[in-house]
Design a protein around this ligand. Sequence first.
Ligand SMILES: O=c1ccn([C@H]2C[C@H](O)[C@@H](COP(=O)(O)OP(=O)(O)OP(=O)(O)O)O2)c(=O)[nH]1
Ligand SMILES: [Mg+2]
Length: 156
Amino acid sequence: MPEVDVPVRLTTPEDAVPAYALPGDAGADLAVAEDVVLAPLQRALVGTGVAVAIPEGYAGFVHPRSGLAHRLGLSLVNAPGTIDAGYRGEIKVNLVNLDPSTPLTLRRGDRVAQLVVQPVVRARFVPVQQLPESRRGAGGHGSTGGHASASPKGVG
Ligand SMILES: O=c1ccn([C@H]2C[C@H](O)[C@@H](COP(=O)(O)OP(=O)(O)OP(=O)(O)O)O2)c(=O)[nH]1
Ligand SMILES: [Mg+2]
């Protein structure tokens, strides 16, 4: 996998530098810098103790962790959160407990999200009268089929 240097500053020496759990992982785990209790369906903006300087031409995307989502219903309100190259503040996570009945307790240091650093391009938006044709055209929102159905028969 290609690598890029990302300067990182910790709020305190006890905060964790984002780390990849395994070789080949796309996301480096981010931990909460404080204890948090989330009531069912409650959300909270929580610091990670980490600030980064993502190089120009890249951006960071903060994704949920699938295990916590699956086991506890923990997610991010704004998934994926966007970390701009110019941002020097602490990375914060917009946590939400999507479980409808069980409160969720997180301890400082728990890894709750993952940061994916990706190359990005900046678009030059060019106003035109007519867009070039394509096979998809204006079709969307399930136009190719296979979308889930609310009916007991399942997907169509
Ligand atoms: O999950 C997130 C999302 C964003 N940010 C920080 C980094 C990002 O560069 C900045 C702005 O994010 P965004 O552009 O998504 O938020 P906005 O509501 O548009 O705020 P702004 O007006 O500051 O751009 O906030 C985080 O710490 N965590
Ligand atoms: Mg913005």
